[in-house]
Structures are given as C-alpha cells and as structure tokens.
Design a protein around this ligand. Structure first.
Ligand code: AMP
Ligand code: TRP
Length: 343
C-alpha cells in the first residue's frame, strides 16, 4: 500500500497500520476462520498490526458473565493458534484499554440516530431479541472508535462488516471536517474467496456462531467425525456439476469452503471436480477442512491449557495498545474543545 502523509500530530507512524476486532462470544466457526483469523495472519506481515478481543461489544446482547470470562481466553488462544505472533502483532482485550470506551462516547456526538438505525446488523439483531439494548444500537460507534484510535489504514474483515466500515469512514470524515484533521481514513480488506461462508443447512444465510444450528456451522474445534458428518449432510442443490452459480448457493458455498481450506482458487477446484457428482466432492471437502484445522486445534489445546501465559500476553498487549491510542484520544479531546485533563 502507498503511504500517504499523516494528517495530524496524533498520527505518529509511517508504517501501515492494521486493526481488526473479534467478539469473544461462543465457539468460533469456519466462517470466522475464513473472514477473520486467516486474514489477520496474512495481514500481520504488512505493517504494524493490532488485533482486539472486543469484549465491550459482547455485552450488547444477553450474555453470561462467567462465559464471557472464559470466551475471552478461548479467543486469545485461538488468535495465537491460528498464527498471530505476539512478538509481531499487538493482541489485546478492548476493555483493558479504556481509550476505546472514551473515544466511543466522543464519537457519539457526531453519529446520527438515522444512520445508526439503518445498520443491517442492528435491524437483524434487534428483530431477533425481545430486549434491545442501547449498546446494540451504538455498537457501530464503538467499532469506529476501535479503528480510528489507531490511525488505521487497513481493516481485515468479512463481508458482513462492510456497512460498519463505511460508517466508520463517514464519522472520520465528519470529525475531520468539523474539528480539523485528526483521523486517517481506513480501508476494508475482504478475502477474495470465503468472505461470506454460508450456513450448511440453509446456504442463503451466513454461517454464524450465534444463529446457525449445530449442523449448519463447522466449529474450528470440531472433531474430525463431526466435520465430516456436517459437510456430508450439507444441503446442496439439484445437479451434479461442481460449479458456483447464483441459483446454486449450496454447492457454491462448498466450493468456497474448499478454496479456503486448500488455498486454491475456486476456478481450479471447479475444473478438477467438474461433473463428478456432489457426494465425491463433499468427501474431498471434508478431508480438506479436517486437514486445514488439525494443526490449529493442536496448537489451540496447548495454548488454552496455560491461562496464566495467555493473561500475561494480553496484559503486555494492552499496555502497548494504550501507548498508540492515547495520542489520538488526547487530540480528539483537544480539538473538541475540552480543557486539558490533569496528567
Ligand atoms: P465475529 O465473531 O462476529 O466477531 O466476527 C469475526 C470476524 O469473522 C469478522 O471479520 C467477520 O466479518 C468474520 N465472519 C463472521 N462470520 C463470517 C462468515 N460466515 N463468513 C466469513 N467471515 C465471517
Ligand atoms: N463488529 C465486528 C464483528 O462483529 C467486530 C469488531 C469490533 C471489529 N470492532 C472492530 C472489526 C474493529 C474490525 C475492526 O465482526
């Protein structure tokens, strides 16, 4: 990526900044592996990278406090198991750096009720829950704060976060125009294949930790037999030809999954399996996913068995993160007309 001149004194780096966030909720799926973990590892090589376990986002819908605590460590172990290098990237927990909550409050002053109401994720989640919290509504403002505090250039995410990233850019532009240049405009990075892995039982809906049924989602920690059972019984369309098509969401999804698991382009997979039938192809997809996840599972088990070490790494990460976010937060306060806070 081409380097542009930084717009503000808070903007203190010449390297490309990378930031992404992931929620510590539930068991992560192959969809998260594809749109999330896999991409984080690929982008950490490109610059100064920050990966944030966004626990403050996870309290916006009903949750269990004891589970949140465990899921936070589960997710830390998964981030390292999928290949994030703690010496290279900063991995930390959102609530350990109070700048995020503060910046979100400040950005709330320029975020419009109307634009937040239009967010697809809000519409879907609020329709699915009886109690709709204020936090669920302002969720994208906190996400914007996460990203903007680090003068982020690149945000590796799945397709479902595209609208939130657009909002982040809108808020950054609005703030810069009203209070003076403060934020860098971040760009989304979406995977070429597998940006949206679909539910195996209902391939018109995304594979989701929270809303997919057990047979619809492949968990990263699923044992091989479970992975095979789920893929072999995935809903496919009529026909036998292995080819992606808009009216064939089932087989299209399996081609994408195969592409993610093997690192081969979807076209090469279509050419290889041709019209050999779905059963043969499904068996090959199951083998590929099992082989792809096996080393991740092994590292995960080893890391998760040492919570003390995970906590130590996260504490280090939070301290480092705060050093980077602080100058931006102080610039925000200053530009918005607050009196200087005592040191
Ligand atoms: P979450 O677990 O919702 O915090 O999501 C973490 C990351 O996984 C985000 O970048 C999402 O865009 C990505 N993601 C979630 N579900 C899918 C899916 N079905 N396909 C591809 N990426 C996904
Ligand atoms: N909203 C994102 C999701 O559900 C998680 C997230 C929070 C995030 N803050 C972020 C992603 C900042 C990228 C950058 O997947």
């Amino acid at each position: 990526m081409r380097l542009r001149r930084r717009p503000s004194p808070a903007d203190n780096s010449l390297t490309v900044r990378i930031f992404s966030g992931i929620q510590p909720t539930g068991q992560k799926t192959f969809g998260n592996y594809s749109g999330g973990f896999r991409q984080y590892v690929a982008t950490q090589e490109e610059g100064e990278a920050f990966f944030c376990i966004v626990d403050l986002h996870s309290i916006t819908v009903e949750y269990d406090p004891a589970e949140l605590r465990e899921s936070t460590l589960d997710l830390a172990a998964m981030l390292f198991a999928t290949g994030l290098d703690p010496h290279r990237s900063t991995v930390f927990v959102q609530s350990h750096n109070p700048d995020h909550a503060e910046a979100a409050w400040l950005l709330g002053a320029i975020a419009g009720y109307g634009e937040l109401r239009r967010m697809t994720q809000f519409k879907e989640k609020s329709a699915a829950h009886e109690f709709v919290s204020c936090g669920l509504f302002t969720y994208p403002v906190l996400m914007a704060a996460d990203i903007l505090l680090y003068q982020t250039d690149l945000v590796p995410i799945g397709d479902d976060q595209r609208q939130h990233l657009e909002l982040t850019r809108d808020l950054a532009r609005r703030f810069n125009a009203r209070f003076g240049p403060t934020f860098r405009l971040p760009e989304g990075r979406y995977p070429a294949a597998g940006a949206r892995i679909m539910d195996l039982t209902e391939p018109t809906r995304k594979m989701s930790t929270s809303t997919s049924p057990e047979m619809g989602k492949i968990l990263i920690v699923d044992p091989p037999e479970a992975i095979r059972r789920k893929i072999m019984s995935a809903v496919t369309d009529t026909g036998r030809e292995v080819r992606r098509a808009p009216d064939k969401p089932g087989i299209s999804n399996l081609v994408e999954i195969m592409s993610v698991a093997t690192g081969r382009p979807p076209e090469a997979i279509e050419a290889e399996y041709g019209d050999g039938g779905y059963a043969r192809f499904k068996a090959a997809v199951a083998d590929a996913v099992i082989a792809c996840l096996a080393p991740v599972q092994e590292r995960y088990r080893a890391l998760r068995s040492d919570p003390g070490e995970l906590e130590r790494l996260l504490a280090e990460g939070a301290q480092k993160a705060a050093g980077f976010s602080r100058p931006t937060l102080f610039a925000m306060y200053e530009r918005m007309g607050f009196t200087r806070r005592p040191d």
